[in-house]
Design a protein around this ligand. Structure first.
Ligand code: 4AD
Ligand code: MG
Length: 461
C-alpha cells in the first residue's frame, strides 16, 4: 500500500525508526546553514508532516535548501517520534528529490490571503488550509447524502441536464443550441427551432423535480443529485449560476412527511461530517466561524420550528426592527426577514403554506384556495437551504393552475399524464447542496464552497 500523510498519521506509532517514502508538496520551508524543515502536504490529510533534513545526510543539500513553497517532492526518510512537540512525529530525511520545482512568483505563500485574491487563483486555492477543509467536507457531504437516502431504500435517478421544460416556470434558463447565432434559420420572423439540434428549443435544467416525480410514481421514494443551472442575475453571497441540488420525491406522502424527511436528513448529514472531518471542523470552528461546532450540535438536538407564512409575517410585523422591505402577507420573504426569523427561533425554521401566486405551479392548492402546501427551510446565514412542497396530484386543479400561471400544458403533457394513471398524494424538496455546505462550514460566500464557481459575468477556469 502506498504511504500517504494520512496513513502515516494513522500508523506512525508502529513505524518508528522505519524507512518510508512520501510524495507531496511543500507548504512551508525554513532552512538554516546545516539543516532545514519542510512541511509536506500530500492532500490526503489536513495536517502536514514535518520533514527535517541535514547537510550530513543529503548530497543535494544546497539544492534542497532553495526549494520553494509549492514545489513537489519525493522524500525518503525515517520516522521519528517527537512526543514533546505539537506534532507527534517527524521524518528525518535520507534523500529528497525535487519532482517539480515551483517558481518564484507562486501566489500561495504561507500567510493569510484574502478570499477575493484566492478566488482569482481558484486553480491553486485548494492548496490552502481553508480550501483543503472545505473541499474535503464537500466530498464527505456528497457521501453522507447518498448514504442517508440509500440506507432508506430510496432510488437514485440521474435526471437529465438538458431538457425542454422549465420546471420552476420562472424563465431563468440557459439555452442550449447548435444554431449559428449570427445566421439563425427563420420561419416568418421567428427563429425556426425545428432546425436546431433537438428539433425544438432546449435548455439546461433548473431542477430535476418533474422527472423525479415520474420516478416516484414507479419507485415510491427516489432522489436526484446533480447540477442545476439558473440564469438569474442575482449578485448575492448565496446565488450561483451553476449549483448542485438534491431532490427527493416521496409518493403516498404529504407536507408533514416531507418536512420530517428534510429534518432527519439535515441532522444526519451534519452528524456524518462532524464525525468524519474532525480536524477540518475544528479548524473552521477556530478560524472561520466561532461557535460553529456548538451551533451544529444544537441543530442536531433541536426540534426545527414550523410556522406558516402568515405567522412568519406576524412575527416580523411585531418585531421592533426597521426592515428595508416591509413584511407583507402576499409577498416573498426578503433576506433580512429570513435572517430575523432564524435569529428569532435560534434554530432552523420551516415556513409553510405560502401565497399561491409567489410559488411554482406544481404546488398543491390548500383548501383555502389562496395558499399552497409549500415549505422553505430557513437557517441562519445561508437563508433558504431547502425549498419543497406537496405536489398537486389532482389533474383538473393542476391544469387550471398551469393556465393561471401561463405554463405551457402541451409542453408538460407527460407531467399531467402522471395524474391520469394512478395518481398519488406526493411531496418532495430540493436541498441546495452548496448552501448546505456553507451552513456546515461557516463559509459566508457560495463562491468559496464551489470548486470553480459560475456567477453572472464570471466563467473563468
Ligand atoms: O426553491 P427552489 O427553486 O426549488 C426547486 O427547485 C424545487 N424544484 C425543489 C423541489 O421541490 N424538488 O430551489 C431549491 C433549493 C433552494 O432552497 C436553495 O437552497 C437552492 O436550491 N438554490 C440555489 N443555490 C445556489 N444558487 C442558486 N441560484 C440557487 N437557487 C436555488
Ligand atoms: Mg425556493
Amino acid at each position: 500500500m502506498k504511504m500517504t500523510v494520512k496513513r502515516l498519521y494513522e500508523t506512525y506509532e508502529t513505524q518508528t525508526d522505519k524507512k518510508i517514502t512520501l510524495f507531496g508538496w511543500v507548504r512551508n520551508h525554513r532552512s538554516q546553514k546545516a539543516f532545514g524543515f519542510i512541511n509536506l502536504n500530500d492532500g490526503t490529510f489536513f495536517e502536514t508532516i514535518q520533514v527535517v533534513y541535514e547537510a550530513d545526510h543529503l548530497e543535494n543539500f544546497e539544492e534542497i535548501r532553495k526549494t520553494r513553497i509549492g514545489a513537489s517532492l519525493r522524500v525518503e526518510g525515517v520516522v521519528e517520534a517527537t512526543p514533546n512537540r505539537p506534532q507527534p512525529f517527524e521524518i528525518k530525511a535520507r534523500s529528497i528529490e525535487i519532482v517539480g520545482d515551483s517558481e518564484e512568483d507562486y501566489p500561495i505563500q504561507p500567510k493569510r490571503h484574502s478570499r477575493e485574491f484566492l478566488r482569482e487563483h481558484a486553480h491553486l486555492r485548494s492548496r490552502t488550509n481553508l480550501f483543503t477543509a472545505v473541499f474535503r467536507i464537500r466530498s464527505l457531504l456528497t457521501h453522507a447524502i447518498h448514504t442517508f437516502f440509500q440506507d432508506r431504500d430510496f432510488i437514485h435517478l440521474a435526471s437529465p441536464i438538458i431538457t425542454a421544460s422549465d420546471a420552476e416556470g420562472a424563465g431563468e434558463m440557459f439555452q442550449v443550441t447548435t444554431l449559428d447565432l449570427e445566421n439563425t434559420p427563420k420561419s416568418e420572423k421567428a427563429v425556426d427551432y425545428s432546425k436546431d439540434f433537438f428539433g425544438r428549443k432546449a435548455n439546461l435544467t433548473v431542477s430535476g423535480q418533474l422527472q423525479a416525480e415520474a420516478f416516484a410514481q414507479a419507485f415510491r421514494d427516489v432522489y436526484t443529485f446533480g447540477p442545476t443551472f439558473r440564469a438569474e442575475k442575482s449578485h448575492t453571497a448565496t446565488h450561483a449560476s451553476e449549483f448542485w441540488m438534491i431532490e427527493p420525491e416521496i409518493a403516498f406522502a404529504d407536507l408533514e412527511d416531507d418536512m420530517d424527511l428534510a429534518e432527519e436528513m439535515v441532522k444526519e448529514i451534519i452528524g456524518y461530517v462532524m464525525k468524519h472531518a474532525e480536524k477540518e471542523m475544528a479548524f473552521l470552528n477556530k478560524f472561520v466561524e466561532k461557535g460553529l461546532l456548538d451551533k451544529l450540535q444544537n441543530v442536531m438536538q433541536s426540534k426545527f420550528a414550523r410556522i406558516t407564512h402568515r405567522e412568519a409575517i406576524d412575527i416580523l410585523k411585531q418585531a421592533k426592527v426597521a426592515f428595508e422591505n416591509e413584511p407583507s402577507y402576499d409577498r416573498d420573504l426578503a433576506t433580512e426577514h429570513e435572517k430575523h426569523l432564524a435569529k428569532h427561533f435560534d434554530a432552523p425554521v420551516f415556513v409553510t403554506d405560502w401565497p399561491k401566486h409567489i410559488k411554482a405551479f406544481y404546488m398543491r392548492l390548500n383548501d383555502d384556495k389562496e395558499t399552497v402546501a409549500a415549505m422553505d427551510l430557513i437557517v441562519p446565514k445561508s437563508g433558504e437551504i431547502i425549498g419543497g412542497s406537496q405536489r398537486e396530484e389532482r389533474y383538473d386543479v393542476l391544469l387550471k393552475r398551469m393556465e393561471e400561471m401561463n405554463v405551457d400544458s402541451e409542453e408538460l403533457k407527460w407531467y399531467l399524464d402522471l395524474r391520469k394513471y394512478g395518481t398519488t398524494p406526493h411531496a418532495g424538496f430540493g436541498l441546495g447542496f452548496d448552501r448546505m455546505l456553507m451552513y456546515i462550514t461557516g463559509v459566508a460566500n457560495i463562491r468559496d464552497v464551489i470548486p470553480f464557481p459560475r456567477t453572472p459575468k464570471n466563467c473563468e477556469f
